[in-house]
Every structure is written in C-alpha cells, then in structure tokens.
Design a protein around this ligand. Sequence first.
Ligand SMILES: [Zn+2]
Length: 207
Amino acid sequence: MRSTRRLALVASTAIGLGLTPTWSAAAQSSDYVCPLKGSPQIRPPDAVASSGGGFDASRSGGRRHGALDLNDTEGAPVFAVHGGTVALSAGAWGPFGSTIIIDHGDGTYSLYAHLSDRMVHEGDSISAGEQIGSVGYTGNAAALRAKGLPPHLHFALIQATKSGLAGPGGPLRRMRNLDDSWESPGAEFTGPVNPESYLPSSCWTGS
Ligand SMILES: [Zn+2]
C-alpha cells in the first residue's frame, strides 16, 4: 500500500510538471534519512522568491522549483539522504554555488546546493546520514544574505533512467548553466521527484 501510494504521488507530481512518468522500480523509502538535523522550515515566501522554496513552487518564465529549500543556519551540517557515490563536488557551480551531487546507483540522484563547505570528493562512497558539507549562502543565495534573510539548503531528488549521468561530461552537469528552477538537462531525465515521496515527513516543517 505504502509503495503504491508513494508512486502515485510521484507520478502525479511529474504530470504536474508536464513530464511523463516512466517509473521502473520503487526506491526503498526506509533507506532515506533527513538532509538536515531537526525539522527545518521549508523556505516561506520572501523578498527574493515570492513563491517560497517549496517543491514545485513557481519561478520566473513559467518554470517550477524542482527542489525543496530548507531554511537553517549558516554552517549547519548537511547529510547524504541515501547511500551512493559522489558524482560532483564543486564550488561556484553556477546559480547553485558550492554543490554536491550523489549518484545513488539506481537512476536517482540527490543534489545539495548553496553550501558553505564540502567535505567529500568526487568518487567517494557515501553512506546515508554521513555529513557531506554545511549550509551556506553560495551561488544566487548570496542575495539572501544581502537582504538579511536566512540561508537554506537547496535539496533536490532527480529521477533518471540510469546511473552514471552526473560525472565529468555527464548530462546532469548541464544544470550548472540553467536556473535553479527545473529545466530538463536531457532525455534521460524523468524529472525532479518530490522529496516528500522518499524522505520521512519529519525532515521538515511547513509545505
Ligand atoms: Zn531552491
């Protein structure tokens, strides 16, 4: 039941984004942990993003925010939500700033952006719950600091048809040149997945 309901949620989210849901296998939601300690607030509407930082929030040009922005304090530890391999660990990664992407090996990827510190290197094997970095104001989040607003973790789960798409030269790296709203980097990508479909609901507050 649980698995069926979750897939239905994922599929309806994909349809909402104008994407075609093509799910092959269900992930094990019990293997996912929270990216931050406690239950941080999903970013409410603010002077930088009038629609806030919820999954699927509106962004300019009719695009959608295919991620969750979780408000926290600068330097708060960020944890891998699921085991995998670090496919990208880079500073100044376009609007995302200091960014990590983990390839979970089953066609799903998690992305952590606007970090202050990164504690892992590309190729590292990572376990769920391992600290990989800390919350910061890098990339376009610098605008938040300028306005005295809290920093956040831009956290995305991305579904593709296979693993291996985020390494050097991989198509997922095209996201660097896109806005932080979702724009598909290639045909291999089904789209962003609502993290609420995989992670415990206790991982954040608000909607
Ligand atoms: Zn964001």
